[in-house]
Design a protein around this ligand. Structure first.
Ligand SMILES: [Ca+2]
Length: 317
């Protein structure tokens, strides 16, 4: 069983917002190979107050009132405007439990240092909290069992001028650069792989009419999100009837890494270019003068096995 801290920019429950963090949280609760001990929140898909309220509400819905939620960074390390355009705050509308006291970066550092070598940190939002925790506690990079992150895009691009890097890295590139430079064991699950695992309208409809605490709620949100993405990406046929399960794939990378194909790589985050800020450059170490690896990146996924793992587990919560 892997002891786990989850850092998330959860927005499931806010209309028109990304849903995959909520699926990742439910999957981490459902998977008996994971022991989710602490959830921390970060700005990203939504403002951090709303992410915190929605995370507490979802954990309560899942019957896990025992798992503390600690609020984290409200803005990236630099350039606070990077994620402008996120949906309006919903924190005031959600009747959630108040967050546990403290700040995410402090509690991440405290939790990992309380059991050196045992706790995995799973980061599925911008990496601000993780970078601050690494800066607060110099021994954290060696004490953490591993950092698994959903972020970056390694074997292709986003093919979007306005967002040349994958969202989580693009929103706070300096934080991502600090994580890759930290010396911690890092596994990165990038957009090029997560786009391959997709929840369809049929999946969502089955969840909506199925049993459990999560399915009926999340099924409705998923159908609204697919509609929203279809409007925003009229040139992408995949977006018409399905949506990517980015963050849940990073959960699988913790408990079932064999579902993905991994390669050692040297990842560099571009921070010093106006046009390419937030892009990731992955050296796959194929040249005679290759640099040293600083992480493992996912380069493939067994789609049918992952989707079975996801849907089987979500039907239990
Ligand atoms: Ca996320």
């Amino acid at each position: 069983v892997s002891r786990l801290v989850l850092d998330t920019d959860l927005a499931l429950g806010s209309p028109g917002s990304e849903i995959d963090d909520g699926f990742a949280l439910a999957l981490a609760v459902a998977d008996r190979d994971l022991d989710l001990e602490l959830v921390t929140t970060v700005h990203g898909n939504i403002d951090v107050a709303s992410a915190t309220a929605l995370t507490g509400e979802l954990l309560d819905r899942l019957g896990r009132t025992d798992i503390p939620v600690v609020r984290g960074a409200a803005a990236p390390l630099l350039r606070p405007g990077a994620a402008d355009g996120v949906p309006p705050r919903v924190a005031d509308l959600v009747a959630a439990r108040p967050p546990a006291p403290g700040y995410a970066a402090v509690e991440i550092a405290r939790h990992v240092m309380s059991a050196p070598g045992e706790v995995t940190l799973l980061a599925v939002g911008p990496l601000t909290n993780v970078a601050v925790a690494l800066a607060l506690e110099p021994d954290l990079a060696h004490a953490v069992r591993q950092i698994v992150l959903m972020g970056g895009v390694y074997t292709r691009g986003t093919n979007q001028h306005g967002m040349p890097g994958e969202f989580n890295v693009w929103v706070d590139p300096e934080a991502a650069a600090a994580v890759f430079a930290s010396g911690a064991p890092v596994r990165a699950v990038g957009l090029d792989v997560t786009l391959q695992v997709r929840l369809t309208r049929q999946h969502a409809e089955a969840m909506r009419s199925g049993p459990g605490r999560f399915g009926p709620y999340a099924g409705d949100c998923t159908l609204a999100w697919i509609d929203h993405m279809r409007e925003r990406h009229p040139g992408d046929p995949d977006a018409a009837d399905s949506c990517a399960m980015h963050d849940p794939l990073a959960v699988a990378a913790v408990s079932h890494p064999e579902l993905l194909t991994w390669r050692p790589a040297r990842v560099h985050v571009v921070t010093d270019s106006q046009a390419a800020r937030g892009m990731t450059v992955a050296d796959l170490l194929t040249t005679a003068d290759a640099p040293e690896a600083n992480c493992q990146i996912a380069v493939g996924v067994d789609v049918p096995r992952f989707m079975s793992y996801l849907t089987d587990h979500l039907s239990r919560v």
